[in-house]
Design a protein around this ligand. Structure first.
Ligand SMILES: [Zn+2]
Length: 223
């Protein structure tokens, strides 16, 4: 898929999502401030969707969508950095161009989009099954690369581990073991992340700017 086609498709998907979901403008602005401070090579745009769900996904056009419910569960800026680094990797590695949308959460194929036709627009389900193995490889790549991105910015990679443990706590057990999940099983993810963190040097330094932004995003809402 040529870059220009991806951009156009991404804009179409974004506009469709923006027409169907309420966006929290305050959290959106602050999360964009937050992601800028992660110094990713590519410029991405984040939107925070008002929803109690725990979910996030990336689309072509370099967009990341985070559900506001994520902030009800996260406890630290390191966890948010992990989540955004994961989604950013899908964009940076063009994972989305092969499967259009990639998500961090597990609801993406179940409850979130079932009530409308957006699911069909974003995800081709027949492709999803064929691409399952690819998808899992992409997820692992996104998880492991997040650790590198965090370390580069002196952010404690244990945030990624904490994030996955939160997901493990809240995910329905039925879905976590589903054959149809496009993510590797969360326990498996926790294991390979633990292994990866053991191999790197912990160079983390508290980032007070990110910490402040995170507290603001978590504790305030906009219209
Ligand atoms: Zn993912």
């Amino acid at each position: 898929m040529p870059e220009s086609v991806a951009e156009d498709l991404g804009k179409e998907i974004r506009n469709d999502i923006l027409s169907k979901y309420d966006i929290d403008n305050y959290k959106t602005d602050k999360t964009n401030e937050f992601i800028k401070k992660l110094n990713f090579d590519k410029k991405v745009k984040v939107y925070v969707i008002k929803s109690r769900q725990f979910n996030a996904f990336a689309t072509p056009g370099k967009y990341i969508f985070v559900y506001s419910g994520v902030f009800d569960k996260l406890n630290s800026y390191e966890e948010l950095a992990g989540l955004l680094s994961h989604e950013y990797t899908h964009i940076d590695e063009n994972h989305g161009l092969r499967s259009v949308g990639r998500s961090f959460g597990y609801e993406i194929f179940t409850s979130v989009f079932l009530s409308n036709d957006l699911k069909e627009q974003i995800f081709d389900n027949s492709n999803m099954l064929i691409n399952l193995e690819y998808s899992r490889a992409f997820e692992k790549e996104a998880d492991l690369n997040s650790i590198n991105l965090m370390q580069k910015e002196n952010i404690d990679a244990n945030g990624m581990l904490a994030l996955l443990k939160i997901m493990r706590e809240i995910e329905p057990k039925r879905i976590s073991s589903s054959e149809l999940s496009d993510h590797p099983n969360t326990i498996e993810r926790i294991e390979y992340i633990e292994e990866a963190i053991e191999k790197i040097e912990n160079n983390s330094v508290t980032n007070y700017e990110l910490e402040t932004l995170f507290e603001e995003i978590k504790n305030n809402s906009g219209k």
